[in-house]
Ligand binder design. Structure first.
Ligand code: NAD
Length: 304
């Protein structure tokens, strides 16, 4: 039996069984970990307990685990689960580890880690890239901030959820890496949108342009996946505009706090703001192309 299929003594707590977390939890169970879970959404808890997880019933109900993983939407959600009434900070044992895999503020993350350290609780920030498909297949790219020896202790847990585990640096460095990722992704999506819109406005087949570009210097995952979405006129999420906006907000805040200019990111954030203001916040992040097609007169404007 390989370690991935074996059984482990380590008990894992898992809070946040949404689009990503439900698959990550399922992969931990598959890898043989004893899993105790919590989510505000009853149906999500039922789904994971149906696969062998145990319902912790509350935040405090998972706090006795050796390692607690959080996969929550945003910074305030993580802060509530850690430091709110009956939060993890007051309930986890000294010597245990919190792994926050949500995409949240690098600055707040450093504060959380310092506060937990005073209570003897180690923290890793370990946000991910790879979408729900990566979560489902256990092939996420995991970007880790925190002490290396804590990462080594937790590596088998992370390896059950991802295939690329990168130690980026001290606390917060994983979250910095994630916002860098989101900046690069967003600018790539806008590049693909502009490139394929230019082809269409020039009377040239955008499918042929995409295929040719994929063989050259402009090749990218955004051109491949989002480019195909543009050709198919398929802007159903996927990775929602709402989450992309949240991540770019974190990037812009980090840029502002560190003095890193992010002019292209700021522009794209405004465009995502237009999508949000016109009822398209639930669409895929590739819908920057849809907006550009409207601006180019290639399709009627969005909903009033
Ligand atoms: P989601 O909204 O689908 O899931 C979040 C879950 O947390 C929900 O089930 C919600 O009920 C639960 N929750 C919220 N507050 C809670 C609380 N106080 N106590 C207990 N449970 C609570 O979000 P998601 O798409 O799974 O994303 C999670 C994180 O991963 C986000 O930070 C997101 O940016 C990041 N991420 C998402 C993707 C993606 O493709 N969806 C990819 C990479 C990273």
């Amino acid at each position: 039996m390989t370690q991935a299929e074996g059984s482990h003594d380590t008990q894992i707590g898992f809070i946040g069984l949404g689009v990503m977390g439900r698959w990550m939890a399922a992969n931990l169970i598959k890898a043989g970990f004893r899993l105790v879970v919590h989510d505000l959404n009853r149906a999500a808890v039922d789904e994971v307990t149906g696969k062998g997880g145990v319902d912790g019933g509350s935040i405090a109900g998972v706090a006795a685990a050796d390692i607690v993983v959080t996969m929550l939407p945003d910074t305030p959600d993580v802060e509530t689960v850690l430091f709110g009434p009956d939060g993890l900070a007051g309930a986890m044992r000294s010597g245990s580890v919190l792994i926050d895999m949500s995409s949240i503020s690098p600055i707040a993350t450093r504060r959380f880690a310092a506060d937990l350290a005073e209570r003897g609780i180690a923290m890793l920030d370990a946000p991910v890239s790879g979408g729900f498909q990566g979560a489902q297949n256990g092939t996420l790219s995991i970007m880790v901030g925190g002490a290396e020896e804590v990462l080594e202790r937790c590596r088998p847990v992370l390896a059950a959820m991802g295939t690329t585990i990168s130690h980026i640096g001290e606390s917060g460095a994983g979250q910095v890496c994630k916002v860098c990722n989101q900046v690069a992704v967003a600018i790539n999506i806008q590049a693909v949108a502009e490139s394929l819109t230019l082809a269409r406005k020039s009377g040239v087949d955008p499918a042929k342009v995409r295929a040719a570009l994929l063989g050259g210097f402009a090749r990218s995952t955004a051109l491949d996946l989002h480019g195909q979405r543009v050709l198919d006129d398929n802007f159903a999420a996927g990775f929602r505009v709402a989450l992309q906006r949240k991540d770019l907000k974190l990037a812009l805040e980090t840029g502002s706090a560190t003095g890193a200019p992010l002019p292209a990111t700021a522009l794209i954030q405004e465009l995502y703001g237009v999508l949000a203001a016109t009822g398209r916040i639930g669409l895929d992040n590739s819908s920057l192309a849809l907006l550009l097609e409207e601006m180019a007169g290639l399709r009627p404007g969005g909903p009033a």
